[in-house]
Design a protein around this ligand. Structure first.
Ligand SMILES: Cc1cc2nc3c(=O)[nH]c(=O)nc-3n(C[C@H](O)[C@H](O)[C@H](O)COP(=O)(O)O)c2cc1C
Length: 244
């Protein structure tokens, strides 16, 4: 049979969705996280940037040159809140967040390589969206090099104050949307990254989408279990070098 563009894009599918999973088969809304929680500044207490939406959209661009200036914990907290912050949890069935998500599945977890953020030790962290806190996975600078190498040696991964890695917890989407979940995960990732772009612009900080990486190497460097999760998108974030 002739290959279609859907096959080429690996987006062929059978059904739109599987039956709504029952409460016993439904995957958890949040990936259980072990480790000490480091609470982030509360979003309600943060001062939002004053830039108008029109300005943020028109001035948005990709930045690849970052300064060694540390990022404030408030700015990181705000960026996490605006990209994946949880506004509402409906029973144990769905979450509503700052971005849209197919079927309100919100299948992403945010991993963070912290290079230089006020009061945080460098290391690999994960964002606990449920409690708006960070969980330290591995302290130290050892991970930074392998993450940067896996991203085709893009130096912005280690130069920026932080690098976001958006990791799909695939069953949270596939339990509902079966083969169609590949498409929805990719679309959802775009919404998250665009919010980070707009927040960065409004905060006079920088970011750049990263889709170019070695899948297996990056998943390994993040310590992910490829039978359940995969990284789909990344973005450095932080103060910019002013010579650009
Ligand atoms: C899906 C996607 C993947 C991208 N991957 C990379 C990347 O790996 N490295 C990079 O330097 N830029 C990457 N970019 C940024 C684009 O190069 C950038 O958006 C484009 O050149 C337009 O520039 P602008 O964002 O400043 O408007 C990516 C952008 C998108 C949307």
């Amino acid at each position: 049979m002739k290959q279609t563009v859907l096959d080429i894009l690996a987006l062929s599918h059978t059904k739109e969705m599987t039956p709504q999973p029952s409460s016993t088969t439904r995957p958890p809304l949040f990936t259980p996280m072990e480790g000490t929680k480091l609470p982030l500044p509360k979003p309600q207490q943060l001062t939002p940037p004053s830039m108008a939406l029109h300005e943020a959209i028109t001035q948005r661009r990709s930045h690849r040159k970052f300064s060694q200036e540390p990022l404030s914990l408030e700015a990181l907290s705000y960026a996490l809140w605006m990209t994946q912050g949880v506004k509402k949890v409906v029973d144990d069935r769905a979450t509503f967040r700052m971005v849209p998500s197919a079927g309100a599945r919100h299948a992403f977890e945010t991993y963070l390589l912290i290079n230089q953020v006020d009061t945080l030790s460098p290391g690999l962290y994960v964002y606990d969206a449920q409690t708006h806190a960070l969980v330290l996975l591995e302290e130290g600078k050892a991970k930074a090099h392998s993450l940067m190498m896996a991203c085709h040696q893009q130096r912005m991964v280690t130069d920026a104050a932080v690098c976001f890695f958006w990791v799909a917890q695939v069953e949270r989407m596939s339990a509902r949307y079966a083969q169609r979940s590949a498409r929805y995960l990719l679309l959802d990732a775009g919404h998250i990254a665009q919010n980070l772009y707009l927040v960065a612009t409004a905060q006079d900080l920088g970011t750049c989408a990263i889709g170019a990486f070695e899948d297996v190497e990056l998943n390994e460097a993040l310590g992910l279990n490829l039978s359940e999760q995969t990284v789909l998108y990344a973005a450095p974030y932080g103060p910019l070098e002013r010579t650009e």
